[in-house]
Design a protein around this ligand. Structure first.
Ligand SMILES: Cc1ncc(COP(=O)(O)O)c(C=O)c1O
Length: 431
């Protein structure tokens, strides 16, 4: 079966969506490759596996962009949410579970003493910068990384309010001097420096500390945006990994293992400024997602989840790098910034050839039932196992081997010509 026949139902749904949803998709549903080479619609997930609308099964490493630290449809988490739902998810005013949720969360983040709950990462980061403004009486924010879809954290384009460009500034965490220059230029204006820790890769404590110290030297609060890394990193967070204490932390994604929940936490002296602020929405108090989060936190405490995803991520990175070397493919696997968030980058110096190589390899890998994202870091869950990682490596290896054998011209670079080794291997294995 050609790969385009694999995705017939996906393509039909996509056509139907053109009349119903502007652009046919929400942005997190953008195609991995073109619609003939990758699936667009999925119907079911369990553990590390996901099934597309055509019935094809995948070992999934996209994992819905990060929430499923424990895997899809985790029985214990989903049971907790369903039981809570049966009592009425969202009740008038307050619920005791709001307190248990924050209390339990704080146990995982020793620098924090109070917290507020939300539904999405964007809400949490937006609330954190607003709290920082109130706490400092200042307006400007320095940001680095993706913090969500709200106006303040988008690139300044036509459709965000003009005034934002005088208050929101981007720095490069890998070059903390860019932050110092920014803060120096507008002394006394910055309320907060926010950083998504995946922007420092490979991880460097020295760089992280330089960012935090620059913020504090200028009287700005330091917000660590752990929406992706929270619960997934060793000891539960990148702040624990580095041994640093942010003034506020934003969390979502893995926290609810698929149920929408988010939080901002921090020391009392900072969080107290949130009292009475308008940081509220109708669904914030939903307790089903909080019950899911409590179950997730308990499983994470009990099961050594972080060690598992770290080891599996390392296995994948090592296997992919060996496969790239063996097949003379210009590509490099690495953790972004840590092994449970791995990625494979193609590194051909000619961008056009690089793009072609990448598309060919990914299309083959996806057609063999391994769902890898060509443009976004991947996520390992505790539901993956060593055999599945081995299978993923085997499939990527075979895809690289075939692509290398059939497209030697694509591999040529800076005087390098591929040896016939890949072709020989491909002929031997009949690929
Ligand atoms: C670091 C970080 N912060 C914030 C967000 C926004 O979260 P959400 O998509 O839940 O609004 C994301 C989402 O990917 C993220 O990765």
């Amino acid at each position: 079966m050609g790969t385009s026949d694999r995705y017939t139902v996906s393509r039909a749904l996509y056509r139907r969506a053109q009349d119903l949803i502007p652009g046919g998709i929400h942005l997190s549903g953008r195609p991995l490759l073109d619609q003939n080479s990758s699936p667009l619609y999925f119907e079911r997930g369990r553990g590390s596996r996901i099934w597309d609308a055509d019935g094809n099964e995948y070992i999934d490493f996209v994992m819905a962009y990060g929430p499923y630290l424990l895997g899809y449809a985790h029985p214990e988490v989903d049971r907790a949410a369903a039981e809570q739902g049966a009592r009425g998810s969202l009740l008038s005013l307050n619920h005791p579970l709001h307190l248990s949720f924050i209390e339990t969360l704080l146990r995982h983040f020793p620098a924090a003493e109070m917290g507020i709950f939300f539904k999405t990462g964007s809400e949490a980061t937006t609330a954190a910068v607003r709290i920082a403004r109130r706490a400092t009486g200042r307006r400007a924010i320095a940001r680095c990384g993706y913090h969500g879809w709200h106006d303040w954290c988008l690139p300044a384009e036509d459709f965000v309010p003009e005034g934002l460009t005088t208050q929101i500034f981007v720095y490069d965490a890998m070059r903390p001097e860019t932050l110092s220059a920014l803060l120096d230029e507008r002394r006394g204006q910055f309320a907060a420096v926010i950083l998504a820790p995946e922007m420092i890769h490979p991880p460097s404590r020295e760089t992280m500390v330089a960012v935090i110290e620059a913020a504090h030297r200028h009287g700005a609060l330091f917000i660590m945006d752990e929406v992706k890394t929270g619960l997934r990193a060793p000891r539960g967070s990148m702040q624990a990994f580095y041994g640093v204490e942010p003034d506020m932390t934003t969390l979502s994604k893995a926290l609810g293992n698929g149920w929408p929940v988010a939080a901002v936490i921090g020391p009392r002296a900072v969080m107290a400024h949130a009292a009475g602020m308008h940081l509220s929405a109708t669904y914030h108090g939903d307790t089903s997602a909080m019950a899911a989060a409590l179950a997730t936190l308990e499983i994470v405490e009990r099961n050594g989840v972080q060690e598992t995803v770290w080891a599996l991520g390392q296995q994948l990175i090592q296997g992919l790098n060996e496969a790239a070397r063996r097949n003379q493919i210009p590509a490099e696997a690495y953790g972004e910034p840590i092994p449970p968030m791995p990625f494979l980058r193609f590194t051909h110096p000619d961008p056009a050839r690089n793009e072609q190589l990448k598309s060919l390899v990914y299309a083959k890998v996806i057609a063999e039932g391994i769902l890898l994202h060509p443009r976004h870091m991947w996520f390992i869950s505790a539901a993956h196992d060593a055999a599945e990682i081995g299978r993923a490596v085997e499939v990527v290896d075979a895809a690289m081997c075939t692509v290398a054998a059939r497209n030697p011209d694509l591999l040529e670079r800076d005087g390098f010509r591929p040896k016939s080794e890949s072709l020989n291997r491909a002929l031997k294995t009949g690929l």
